[in-house]
Design a binder for this molecule. Structure first.
Ligand code: F6P
Length: 411
């Protein structure tokens, strides 16, 4: 394999906290290896549409506190075609890119596997997804920060619900992302602590969801309590295999990777409970807040994203291709982790879900073992840079990019 001179880096699929830390680490490590760096905008779409710019050390300063990804992201259908990948490869050649670092979830790494098998270029992946549903890694960068935000928000919603007494009994249903894996939803259980009773119910997609049974459970709980807080995953399915969100109009669209848009599960259930039980209900869909909340980033998560980013350059320099850098948990107390490279061919298209033994018998809560797995990943905090009372996001260094018009500056 030819000696590397220039590395390309991109983020693809749903964005996740920690992506910027990984971009910063990849860029800094590449420069310390005397490689040139090219930033590729909007994931594989930027490769196909030639949205590629020179990247310098100053372009990645002050970006750890920012939400989202400074390289933008997208899901690119065209890249899933041989013609699209040929275009991408030709553009890489135009920019003399000798190796590629891709940051994203299972759709992104599937694309990397395909690309690596068709073209002789080192491709190294970073499992950057809040869904935490990738095999081969103990957990994914981005998950810890999203889990921290979900547990904190659940705590605050419980405080609000418990503090507000209505004439009617009050049921709050929180909807959490995560597609077909319940890692994010289960993290809401961390809100149960000496200063908070935690949610009453937590439903993960790993267990078939009985809609009538759910209403009955709420009915029984309301006989004992005036306020209920339940947390449901956006991906819960009935025993017949139908997503609950499919009962609402919102889920009729699919994304470039063919995933249905999951939304509306909580509001469907809230309306049902209200009409069947006559109580007050509120649906709270955390939506993109849980992946964008850089103000609630976990230090463990961001630091790990940084170390994984650095390890990709070492792997690429050693000529590894079709691999991803994964996180191994060394110990929990104290929490320690390390990284190694994992063959990307062994992970693609197979979601890692929450083991059944980490969900209670009734299928409506998570076990202590599950919480012990997540707890170390939310530790520590990154205080955002506050300007005039708000987190400052702008990165003034990106010479080639107009942040306000969100376009590449015309030469
Ligand atoms: O994969 C990350 C994720 O946030 C999922 O949890 C969620 O289902 C999906 O992406 C939402 O994607 P979009 O914002 O494109 O609808």
């Amino acid at each position: 394999m030819a000696k590397i001179k220039t590395i390309g880096v991109l983020t693809s699929g749903g964005d996740a906290p920690g992506m910027n830390a990984a971009i910063r680490a990849v860029t800094r490590a590449a420069i310390s290896h005397e490689f040139n760096v090219k930033g590729i905008y909007r994931g594989y779409r930027g490769l196909v549409e030639n949205e590629i710019v020179d990247f310098h050390a100053e372009d990645v300063s002050n970006i750890i506190h920012r939400g989202g990804t400074i390289l933008r992201t997208a899901r690119c259908k065209e890249f899933m075609t041989p013609e699209g990948r040929q275009k991408a490869y030709d553009n890489m050649r135009k920019h003399d890119i000798d190796a590629l670092v891709v940051i994203g979830g299972d759709g992104t790494l599937t694309g990397a596997k395909q690309f690596a098998s068709e073209f002789d270029i080192p491709i190294v992946g970073i499992p950057g997804t809040i869904d935490n549903d990738l095999y081969g890694t103990d957990h994914c960068p981005g998950f810890g920060s999203a889990a921290k935000y979900i547990a904190t928000s659940t705590k605050e919603i419980i405080r609000d619900a418990m503090g507000f007494s209505y004439k009617k009994k009050n049921v709050n249903i929180i909807e959490v992302m995560g597609r077909n894996a319940g890692w994010l939803t289960g993290a809401a259980g961390l809100s149960r602590s000496e200063d908070c009773e935690g949610p009453d119910l937590i439903y993960l997609p790993e267990v078939a969801f009985d809609i009538a049974g759910f209403v009955q459970t709420i009915k029984e709980l309301l006989e004992k309590k005036d306020v209920i807080v339940a947390v449901v995953s956006e991906g819960i399915k009935t025993p017949e295999g139908k997503y609950v969100c499919e009962y609402t109009a919102g889920s009729s669209t699919t994304d470039a990777f063919g995933h249905i848009q999951m939304t509306g599960t909580a509001s469907y259930l809230a309306q049902l409970v209200q009409s069947e039980l006559g109580c007050k209900t509120r649906a709270i869909e955390l939506s993109t807040l849980q992946r964008a909340a850089a103000h609630m980033a976990s230090r463990v998560d961001v630091d790990e994203a940084f170390s994984v980013g650095g390890a990709t350059i070492k792997a690429a320099d050693e000529g590894s291709s079709g691999v991803m850098v994964v996180i191994d948990r060394v110990s929990d107390d104290p929490y320690q982790s390390t990284t190694h490279v994992f063959d990307v061919h062994r992970i693609a298209n197979d979601e890692k879900v929450v083991p059944r033994k980490w969900i209670n018998k009734a299928g409506n809560y998570v076990t202590e073992e599950f919480l012990d797995y997540v707890r170390p990943l939310i530790q520590g905090h990154y205080t955002p840079m506050m300007v005039e009372g708000l987190p400052r996001h702008l990165n003034v260094n990106m010479k080639d990019y107009d942040w306000v018009t969100d376009t590449k500056k015309k030469k």
